[in-house]
Design a protein around this ligand. Sequence first.
Ligand SMILES: C[S@@+](CC[C@H](N)C(=O)[O-])C[C@H]1O[C@@H](n2cnc3c(N)ncnc32)[C@H](O)[C@@H]1O
Length: 321
Amino acid sequence: MTNENQLHTATKHAGGMRSFKWYCKIFSIVFLYLSLAIVASIYCLPAVKKQHFKGRIERSLAQMYDKDDLGASALFAGNFINLGFWDLPIHKGKISICERIESERNLYRLVGKKLELDGSERVLDVGCGEGVGCALMLQEFSLKEIHGIDLSLAQISRAERINAVSMQKNRGRIFFKKGAAENIPYEPCSFEKIFSINAAQHFESLEKFAKEASRTLKPKGKVVIAALFGTSEKSQQLLAKNILTIKNGIDKTPTVCKFEEILKRNGFCHVKIESIGKNVWQGFDRWVAQGSLKDSWTRNWYKEYRNGLLDYYIVSAEKRE
Ligand SMILES: C[S@@+](CC[C@H](N)C(=O)[O-])C[C@H]1O[C@@H](n2cnc3c(N)ncnc32)[C@H](O)[C@@H]1O
């Protein structure tokens, strides 16, 4: 082989090596970008999706309570928005609108009794809706002040309008304010008693609610919640098949035992759980069956209660000293 040939081969070899190095560089850059994209999609996509889902739930909740005046709808009536506590046995005939409203008032009365009020207490209703329950508590129970908070400003405006007479008569004893269960707009140790009726199923975080209830209650203060909960870990997933508000995330159904754990790790003790489902679901379903929603998914609440997937509870607990 001549020197010239050797030089040519060496140059060719060196050129090949250079291209090879370039290929390696390009390959490592592409590989790095691909790996970063995969890692980002694994870690960030669920968070983005969750944020999107949360935004959608907030919009649905706003639509439900800001825009639509549910308290004036035939399903609820009387400016209350709860399933009701029905006296048993429920008579066979048609349920009157007065009886329906009375069932909703009775759920407030039941919680009022559990609160064990003595006349000296400042009390908070979380998710007060249109505030008629706060006015009832003030009228029928012995308490110093009642404060109602609600996530929806429209509900607070309705509460102030509907209860204008009661607010005038009881000046300085009944108040309404926009505020979330997860961020209660009051100073620490503001209340002796806190309650919530038919609202906890909407709370974005029961953990944050429990923390806030603990912060704003005085030591030995009491919290009482009336709400629906799932009966097993699988409830939420199974209920989502037949109940629209669970499917779209407006209602959440963790188990009541999970809520008990949440209360205990946020400074509460003496947690008591009472199932009141038998006085809630059948009566509510009888009422739904009389109206325009008789053929809708709303009937599935009672079906799923009978299937053992959910129940309605009164949960009470005391803040540790
Ligand atoms: C079904 S209504 C119950 C109203 C009232 N307690 C009653 O029984 O008539 C539920 C209420 O909870 C409010 N709400 C939902 N999520 C909330 C939250 N995170 N904090 C405070 N209020 C909330 C809604 O705006 C709505 O007015």
